[in-house]
Design a protein. Structure first.
Length: 755
């Protein structure tokens, strides 16, 4: 917690209010600031006469003032008084508040303790030291009327892959509370480790909480290597109680996740009789998904899980228990006599219906204890579970489906709010899961889909960012992935859509950077990076646009190399008509800042030309087909917007060269990440036509490639054509033994270069 306390102290002593306006984050619903300031020493008096608060509530509020600022809460006649008022009739939500600062004093009014707490966070963000002296503080005259957009504002931390101490978690909670995030989703069990004490089952602590080694490097790197070191740990129930109480003092609800029926390998290593085969099982050392799942046909399985939940539920006073439900492979169920007997006895359609049976049975038990379940959106695959709240992560469709069916949903789509993904395309980024989630992508995310009616939209109760820990082996790395992106999540969760403005948000985020440095918080300085976008006009011309999030930085660029003396100021989009490498860099006062941006531009007969797809692509890879001719190759960060893709289907793309040309070669790229269900096509055909109607197959081949991005070249006899078509045939089904076995593989394609 020391880092966070230091951070708040630095916010004030380094002059948070040196600019004209208090930079509050998340942005209040209504805010106005006067020109004058209210000065006070280092002593405050909280006047509770009109608040009617319990002793615990008073203690929580007073403890929300950072100790490092040496702000004393005393009954001192010369101290500045903060009058706290509870008005249950004035506000629409329990977390709403009003803050007024003027020459008379400070008035904080709220509908309850939570609103008062959030008002104090706004107050703390707004005060600053007078002339940098710790003993003298000031706050601008201001009026704030504020309430959250969503009741559920969540952040998830996975402690199964890598384990973090209670003190580290409390620091996380301090940060969440400071930015008005009110839910901590604690992912406690998975294949790689069981992290909570269950007294009835001591082998969970002795065996399931530890693994015999950890993967070295990224799971896409072959062959896999392991460090051979025993790793793990768990939280005692007393530690859990301590953390939950600490969170409560910060207005944060802790929701535990106990994974089932999949992601159970750690538990099965301790109690193998709960699996379909009886084992032996081993706590996983590899990051991935395994077909070793709880047996749905054995009553012993349900007895175990009910016993576990009977110990877990009393530790967490919130209304929800998260029971997972994601990525449950059905292979073992399909051949398990116990599971097949259950399907027959319960008159279930298939293994997907068996999963729904499993989840409904657990849900009924949780309901009997006065709680409700949350499940990842895969629990919809066999039908909706009664009374379940859906956490939509594979996309937005699960949450939309749930809302339309009258179920509550929390939007947490991988594409927008996964913090374990890379936050820039720069090659210098530290090891991460593999996708791409930029600060702007999170900030511009709209959790309530336009396809929902006003009544249906009420079932979208919130939004959550997820931080999975496969590649988070240190506190520094957690902070790097967290900051500044958690600030974007905080703002979209709290602030109404009309209030959001990315440029204004960036300005407020930047005001925190000096304080992150002073507090030794290892944040990602992505605002000074250059980003590019490429527009095509269908006539063979490209224009490259460059931007940076920091409006005070100058962008310079060159196509001649990395000698900064040859860089030119960027004024407008750069036209491209040949292959080159574009270099760009941000500068401040003539000095380079940030990281050098490099973009290789491909150029061929097809560059900038119109591309038509024969059928729709899917999911995150349903993008404008113009990306196939924009000269910009997709990166290994597969959701960078450059790849088109089909799930289980073929890809057929046709480019119009604009005139009849002599062609003899086609080059494209496929992404081969079997660990992410992305497979090479089985065959590739190249067809040509002069008129766009009569096509001749001129090449057919079978791609052979390694893990990662694979270039595919098709060379053939020189022929004249205006239209060039590529047909890539999807494998159709993921083979046994691979992630997602039996399911639909993705076929990802980028660039269609014709020579």
């Amino acid at each position: 917690m020391e880092k966070f306390i230091c951070l708040i102290y630095c916010l004030a002593t380094l002059g948070f209010l040196s600019a004209q306006e208090a930079r509050i984050l998340p942005k209040p619903e209504q805010f106005s600031q006067g020109k004058a300031y209210l000065d006070f020493g280092n002593t405050l008096t909280f006047d509770y006469a009109k608040a009617n608060l319990s002793a615990d509530a008073i203690r929580h509020l007073e403890n929300s003032l950072p100790k490092a600022m040496d702000l004393h809460v005393e009954n001192y006649k010369e101290a500045q008084i903060i009058q706290l008022v509870i008005d249950t009739n004035r506000f629409a939500t329990k977390e709403a508040y009003s803050l007024r600062v003027d020459s008379i004093g400070i008035l904080l009014t709220a509908s309850g303790e939570a609103g008062l707490f959030y008002g104090i966070q706004t107050f703390v963000q707004s005060i600053a030291a007078v002339d940098g002296e710790q003993a003298k503080w000031r706050i601008p005259h201001m009026k704030v009327e504020d309430q959250p957009r969503f009741d559920y504002r969540g952040a998830m931390l996975d402690v199964s892959r890598h384990f973090f101490s209670i003190d580290q978690l409390k620091q996380w909670l301090d940060i969440l509370a400071y930015f008005k995030i009110n839910t901590f989703h604690w992912h406690l069990t998975d294949d790689q480790g069981w992290r909570i004490e269950i007294k009835k089952y001591p082998e969970l602590q002795k065996k399931a909480a530890y693994r015999n080694g950890t993967l070295i490097g990224h799971k896409k790197e072959l062959p896999h290597r392991f460090d051979g070191k025993r790793y793990g740990g768990y939280y005692s129930q007393e530690e859990v109680k301590d953390l939950v109480a600490y969170a409560r003092s910060k207005q944060i609800t802790v929701i535990p996740e106990i994974e089932m029926p999949g992601h159970a390998r750690a538990a099965l290593s301790a109690y193998p009789q709960l699996g379909c085969t009886g084992g032996p099982y081993e706590t996983a050392m590899f990051w991935g998904i395994f077909d070793d799942v709880y047996c749905a046909g054995k009553e012993e399985t349900f007895a175990f899980l009910e016993d576990v939940l009977s110990e877990v539920i009393p530790l967490f006073p919130g209304q929800y228990i998260h029971i997972g439900g994601d990525e449950c492979l059905k292979d073992k169920w399909r051949v398990c006599p116990h599971c097949q007997k259950r399907i027959e006895q319960e008159h279930l359609k298939d293994e997907f219906a068996l999963q729904s049976y499993f989840m409904q049975r657990i849900s009924d038990f949780v309901n009997s204890k006065g709680k409700r379940i949350i499940g990842w959106d895969e629990i919809l695959e066999g039908g909706l579970v009664k009374d379940a709240t859906i956490m939509s992560w594979t996309g937005e469709e699960g949450g939309i489906h749930a809302a339309k069916a009258g179920h509550d949903a929390i939007m947490s789509p991988e594409k927008y709010v996964y913090l374990d993904y890379y936050q820039s395309l720069a090659p210098e980024e530290p090891l991460a899961a593999g996708g791409y989630t930029s600060l702007e992508k999170i900030y511009t995310y709209q959790p309530v889909s336009a396809v929902l009616s006003a009544e249906e939209a009420k079932h979208i109760i919130g939004v959550q960012a997820n931080l999975w820990s496969e590649y988070l082996d240190s506190e520094d790395q957690v902070e790097y992935m967290l900051f500044p992106r958690i600030l974007a999540l905080a703002e979209i969760a709290w602030t109404g859509g009309k209030q959001k403005d990315f440029a204004d948000f960036v300005t407020r985020v930047q005001s925190f950077y000096p304080f992150f440095k002073a507090a030794d918080i290892h944040y990602a300085d992505v605002l000074s990076d250059v980003e590019d976008s490429i527009a095509v006009d269908g006539k063979g011309r490209l224009s490259v646009q460059l931007k940076t999030a920091d409006p005070d930085l100058e962008i310079r660029y060159s196509t001649k190399g990395t000698d900064y003396s040859q860089f030119r100021p960027y004024k407008k989009a750069v036209s491209m008509s040949k292959a080159c490498t574009l270099y760009a860099q941000t500068f401040r006062a003539g000095q380079p800042v940030g990281r050098l941006h490099t973009r290789k531009i491909n150029y061929s007969l097809s560059t900038g030309r119109t591309v038509v797809l024969a059928s729709e692509t899917h999911g995150n890879y349903k993008v404008n087909p113009a990306v196939l001719s924009d000269g910009k190759q997709g990166t290994s960060r597969y959701n960078d917007g450059a790849w088109i893709g089909a799930s289980g289907g073929d890809v057929q793309a046709t480019v119009d060269l604009g005139r009849v040309c002599a062609v003899s070669e086609v080059e494209t790229y496929f992404l081969n990440y079997v660990w992410q269900k992305m497979w090479l096509p089985t065959t590739v055909q190249i067809l040509v036509s002069r008129n766009g109607k009569d096509y001749e197959t001129i090449f057919e081949g079978k791609p052979q490639g390694s893990n990662g991005i694979n270039a595919f070249k098709a060379s053939f006899r020189k022929t004249k054509a205006r239209f060039v078509q590529i047909k890539a045939v999807n494998q159709g089904k993921i083979p046994a033994g691979y992630y997602g076995a039996g399911g639909k593989p993705w076929l990802l394609l980028d660039e269609l270069s014709v020579y």
